[in-house]
Ligand binder design. Sequence first.
Ligand code: SF4
Length: 235
Amino acid sequence: MEKNKSRIIMGANTAIQTYLRQYQALFGNELYVSKDQAKNLDQTPNTLDSGNRDDLEQFRISICLCQECPLGKTRTNFVFGVGDPNADLMLVGEAPGEQEDLKGEPFVGRAGKLLDDILRAIQKKRGQGVYIANVLKCRPPNNRDPLPSEVEKCEPYLVKQIEKIQPRLIVALGRVAGKTLLKMDVPLKEMREKTHDYHGTPLRVTYHPAALLRNSNFKKPTWDDFQWVRDFLNN
Ligand code: SF4
């Protein structure tokens, strides 16, 4: 494994300091990590801005080197999630794609920009009242659908994120995210326009923004879904 040698810098936030102190106690003043690990340790989400921040950050650090399933070996970056740690609205996709894997952030690129536009249309903003994550934290090769064995290992991380954030509403983006969370292998249209329960939190399912880029016919039903989301959150 290619190694980077990095001096421990004790100016990071409290959670990272704690993590590094544990390493220092074990291995001394020099920290040997892979490039993947170094990027994850340095990647301090700058959109976390409330009292829940440290708790969520501690959790991210505790799992960012996960190797529980084979995707840990093939990822470029672990993609934890991004946004407001006290968000009312949590958006959940299936897994990181190529751009997300490269950047370590969910929903970037054209689909991410479209998602930001949709949020703006309901007076929401990534990072302000909104948290975005995926069921899987690592990219499946060639963007294939998550395997049940991968979901089994990774979904508990999402459940714990939800417990910490306590959103009022979860919106699953796309059929794969919907069927994975709801354990329902049905077409997306059968999951839409219903309020489901996901570990005690209301959950709706709508189209993935990438699907809107491929087929503009999905724009109208998606807009209907997000109007419902807006009204739900405003009540
Ligand atoms: S996909 Fe999830 S379970 Fe698999 S290695 Fe990544 S974080 Fe761990």
